[in-house]
Design a protein around this ligand. Structure first.
Ligand SMILES: [Zn+2]
Length: 489
């Protein structure tokens, strides 16, 4: 379950640092809302075992925490109309810090936090998005780095992670919410007071990504009492037409908005032209199967997993790559694709151990490795089609030619991708898919001339990428934004 929204500052009456001297537990947040008249409340920054603040913290002019360092945090005055990221401590009546993740529009390469703040756990964060107040409170476990990437992809231009794990909790006036530790007393909560005329958060129609690991049910109506009509898989991109009471309507039925995360233009590099979103689960830095180094991304190497077991899908291989046996081998590659998802395990710009031609062989050092799942019960044709959509995206992103899309066999003679190699015409058919069959942009000279003209005028950059798009609603939106910026500057 997660709660996230952004509000124009004009719709924010007050952002309150609630000093919990009454020692309300996470299960008693409704009492805080009653007492303060706030619209919703969630957990605050980290604290010591004696319930004292250990970060910079100030509420209504009272300093609760004053450590001996300067740091980025969120600061605001009495009515929050100047809410913004500042260096702390500062003169503002209110401020909070914990772990800065995004500063001045830039995701921090290495967010600074104590080891006990790391790992995958429920998270909460506040910040800004295009000048609006933004918050996220989620039970989805993220590392601080993953949270940073999620927020940056969602368009947040500043973000501060608050306390995580058992301190994550949320409650609004309608009674929606959750707790991560029912017994926990949090010394400082954040209470947001919306202006009276605001009742609906700004979650409207648009493109969303499914964040439920086990998939998202599609129902006949807006509620769990309605019959199931089917499901969307984890990572799928869903077009929501309207939102009512926390339920979104799609062309297939109704889905809970709790398991959807908005796709922003910044996400475009992570969504294939077939609408499949890449799930990034990078191997830990320093793992024996993450050698690092630089990869010029001149080739794409196609593999098959060779694992025909039921359930040996992309998620299973993502888990395998994190195992001690994968690290000991060492073995790694960049992407695994099955019939419903794409997992990315390493950044494209790093080397991996997949081509069997040595640590600095051209297969491992200059190519992006893609494993296609052959699990029984999976639809191999769909998996190949999904892999081809990933290849198209990577070709456009890195300027890789179709002639540089090669089999694992190319590097060390191994019989891989085995099923494709064993089927007459299958490799040629796969390359045809990668070439963008059904996407005639390569021969569309009129479009190419237009894209080149837009690039020359400075309205768009990377014309190759624009040529490779299939012009979804999202890409049209992005182009309109770019053209709007161009004519107003
Ligand atoms: Zn292989």
């Amino acid at each position: 379950m997660q709660f996230a929204a952004t509000y124009p500052l004009a719709q924010i009456r007050r952002v309150q640092i609630y000093n919990n001297i009454k020692r309300y537990r996470e299960t008693e947040l409704d009492k805080i809302l009653q007492e303060t008249g706030g619209s919703f409340v969630f957990g605050g920054p980290i604290f010591l075992s004696d319930l004292s603040a250990c970060c910079h913290l100030k509420g209504d002019g009272v300093v609760y925490g004053a450590p001996d360092y300067q740091v980025w945090g969120m600061a605001w005055g009495a009515d929050a109309q100047d809410y913004a990221m500042e260096r702390l401590p500062c003169e503002a009546d209110n401020y909070v810090e914990c772990v800065a993740l995004v500063v001045e529009g830039e995701p921090l390469a290495a967010p600074h936090y104590q080891p006990d703040m790391g790992g995958r756990r429920p998270r909460q964060a506040i910040g800004t998005k295009e000048g609006r107040f933004a918050y996220l409170v989620t039970q989805t476990p993220y590392t601080p780095e993953e949270l940073r990437d999620v927020l940056a992809a969602a368009g947040w231009d500043s973000a501060v992670m608050l306390d995580g794990g058992g301190s994550v909790c949320y409650r609004d006036r309608a009674g929606n919410g959750f707790v991560c530790d029912a017994d926990r007393v949090i010394p400082y909560y954040l209470v947001v007071h919306l202006a009276d005329d605001v009742s609906e958060p700004d979650t409207t129609g648009g493109q969303y990504v499914v964040t439920a690991q086990s998939g998202l049910n599609i129902r006949k109506g807006p509620g769990t009492s309605f019959d199931k009509l089917g499901g969307y898989s984890y990572g799928a991109v869903v077009a929501v037409q309207a939102v009512r009471d926390g339920w979104g309507q799609t062309d297939r039925g109704w889905v809970s908005m709790d398991y959807l995360w908005p796709v922003e233009a910044a996400d475009e590099g992570l969504v294939t032209d077939t609408g499949l979103r890449i799930i990034q689960e990078f191997l830990p830095a320093g793992a024996d199967n993450r050698p690092g180094g630089s990869n010029p991304d001149t080739y794409i190497t196609i593999h098959e997993t060779g694992n025909f077991a039921k359930g040996a899908d992309a998620a299973a291989h993502a888990a395998y790559l994190r195992s001690s046996s994968a690290q000991a081998a060492p073995v790694s590659w960049h992407y695994t694709v099955d019939d419903h998802s794409i997992y990315q395990h390493l950044p494209d710009c790093e080397r991996a151990y997949h081509a069997g031609d040595g640590g600095s062989g051209p297969g491992n050092a200059t190519s992006i490795g893609i494993e296609i799942c052959v699990d029984s019960g999976g639809n191999f044709e769909q998996a190949k089609s999904n892999a081809a959509s990933l290849v198209r995206l990577l070709m456009a992103k890195h300027g890789i030619q179709l002639g540089h899309v090669v089999q694992h066999n190319h590097w060390n003679g191994k019989d891989c991708p085995k099923t494709i190699r064993a089927t007459a015409g299958a490799w040629e058919a796969f390359l045809a898919l990668c070439g963008g069959q059904g996407f005639p942009q390569d021969t569309d000279q009129e479009l190419k001339a237009a894209v080149d003209a837009l690039a020359a005028a400075g309205i768009i950059d990377s014309p190759e990428r624009w040529m490779a798009l299939d012009f979804t609603a999202n890409s049209v939106r992005l182009l309109l934004i770019k053209m709007g910026r161009y004519v107003t500057h």
